[in-house]
Design a protein around this ligand. Structure first.
Ligand code: MG
Length: 317
């Protein structure tokens, strides 16, 4: 049956801001997240309790998490890489966790200086403390569709990692196209295989729009019955492995416009997301990459020009 409703995790405050060059004041992050809450998201990934030396942009994770205005029913997720991060997250009142492992050894070592086995040990230590507390855990697998160091990634390799991540006892696994190389046929090929491991509701998709194909990849996911997608308001985040100005995360505005056109429910207000994007664009110092944001949102009719004396029209293609 066609998908009727999806769940979006807004990742702009974490995955977006983490990859921005500009220093964003804590109070700006907090107001940004409050605007996203007002836009109606059920899930917002707000920050990351990584070591401040590794990701200086997230050094204020505690303050951000404590200061946001939490709307009842909204899941405010924090990324937690290891037990030390979990201690900080618990102190700040986090109950929804995200953790990450990589699909390739090269990316794991480059990204977090850990072999996949070691990162799974960290993840296990986090989950073992989180589960008895009733915390919800989502696990990202990065570079599922391609690795900047190893190139194409075999599905069997992804499945081996995913199998071990599910064994830890996480609620869902989110497949990341970290460098934005997937096309719809890749999504179908990979998911056909992985859906043998766990049902659709246990998988999320995290696309990057580096090559402009993210929305098409969402379509491929929807065709397979997937209902969980990550996106970032405005497309915030850039892509650290592409050139400056390259698009990063799938833009929330673009995703919402697609879903609205397909009459798929999502519970988020496009204008509200655009208000958040307009707010943060001043702080990041460069334009946002979302096509729908750039176009001003939904189409609006404008006043037609009065007939020109020459009798010629606008002659636009
Ligand atoms: Mg991302």
């Amino acid at each position: 049956m066609a998908v009727q409703e999806v769940r979006i995790v807004e990742v702009g405050p974490r995955d977006g801001l983490q990859n921005e060059a500009a220093e964003i004041p804590t109070e700006v992050k907090v107001h940004y997240i409050d605007l996203l809450t007002a836009a109606g998201f059920g899930w917002i990934e707000v920050t990351s309790f990584v070591h401040p030396r590794a990701v200086p942009r997230m050094a204020d994770a505690d303050a951000v998490f404590r200061s946001i205005h939490k709307k009842p029913g909204v899941r405010y997720v924090a990324l937690v890489p290891n037990p030390r991060g979990l201690d900080r997250a618990l102190g700040a009142g986090v109950t929804y966790l995200a953790l990450f492992v990589a699909a390739t050894e090269s990316f794991s070592r480059a990204n977090i200086n850990r072999a996949i086995d070691q990162s799974l040990d960290d993840a296990r230590a986090v989950v073992e403390q989180a589960r008895p507390r009733g915390m919800n855990v989502r696990a990202y697998i990065s570079v599922v569709f391609g690795c900047p160091y190893e190139g194409p990634v075999a599905v069997a390799q992804v499945r081996r990692v995913a199998e071990r991540v599910f064994e830890l006892g996480v609620d869902e696994v989110v497949l990341g196209d970290t460098i934005g190389v997937a096309t719809p046929s890749d999504v179908s090929r990979v998911m056909d295989d992985l859906l043998q491991l766990a049902p659709v509701e246990r998988w999320g998709l995290h696309f990057h729009d580096t090559r402009g194909i993210a929305v098409a990849n969402v379509m491929a996911g929807l065709d397979l019955g997937l209902t969980k997608f990550d996106s970032s308001a405005g497309g915030l985040g850039g892509c650290p492995f592409a050139g400056p100005g390259a698009a990063g995360n799938l833009a929330t505005e673009d995703l919402l416009y697609l879903l609205d056109g397909l009459h798929i429910r999502h519970g988020v207000d496009l204008d509200g997301v655009m208000a958040a994007s307009r707010y943060i664009v001043n702080a990041i110092g460069h334009p946002l990459t979302s096509k729908v944001f750039q176009a001003g949102g939904r189409p609006r009719t404008i006043t037609a020009p009065s007939p020109s004396p020459s009798g010629r029209g606008l002659i636009k293609g």
